[in-house]
Design a protein. Structure first.
Length: 203
């Protein structure tokens, strides 16, 4: 039986919603320069790759390769440019908005020390900023992966038979997986999301 002073799950969820409502009225904390730099550099690299593809792609472009680097799929120039443009715009950059879900759907947060972050509006504002910064890095890395694919595609389009060295794809995907793993480990097992009761704003 629930004691007279013990909080029910309904009361806990209502408390979280109230914290989120108050947090939405507070000013957002600005992201740090490091994540901003990663995202900006990746975006500039993507735009430069788009400009290069638009200026150099022929009408028939290899867009898929076997494990050995031999093309087994071809597309038109328009389709290749559509992939290079729309995948980041529609699928990757919108990930940046996911941090706002912390303010709208606090129950959906799945992060270390969740209860501590959801206990005060100021903590939730800080959590949203930390998550936004991590998403900037993840989005930046993913955009750079797409840039790498675009560069391979542009290079292959001008090679006899559209072939490229097979190890290029292993290097691209391997580097991306390693970098993404490091970011995830930092988020989940590092000190980034640990409670900080020494911070007067958050205590």
């Amino acid at each position: 039986m629930v004691g007279a002073t013990e909080e029910t799950w309904q009361q806990r969820e209502e408390g979280r919603r109230q914290v989120a409502r108050e947090a939405r009225l507070m000013a957002r904390e600005p992201a740090g320069w490091g994540p901003r730099l990663v995202l900006a550099a990746a975006t500039l690299a993507w735009l430069a790759a788009l400009a290069w593809l638009a200026a150099t792609l022929p009408e028939r472009v290899p867009t898929h390769w076997s494990g050995g680097g031999t093309p087994d799929g071809w597309s038109s120039r328009a389709s290749a440019m559509g992939f290079a443009l729309l995948v980041p715009v529609l699928l990757i950059f919108p990930m940046l908005w996911l941090s706002r879900l912390a303010m709208i759907w606090p129950a959906g947060i799945n992060a270390p020390h969740k209860e501590w972050w959801l206990d005060r509006p100021r903590r939730l504002v800080r959590f949203e900023r930390l998550l936004r910064e991590d998403l900037m890095v993840i989005v930046g890395l993913t955009v750079l992966l797409v840039v790498g694919i675009e560069l391979v595609m542009g290079y292959a389009a001008h090679q006899p038979g559209g072939a490229v060295p097979g190890w290029w794809f292993l290097a691209l995907t391997g580097g991306y997986v390693v970098a993404l793993t490091l970011v995830t480990v930092r988020m989940m097992a590092g000190s980034r999301y640990r409670p900080d009761d020494d911070d007067a704003e958050l205590a």
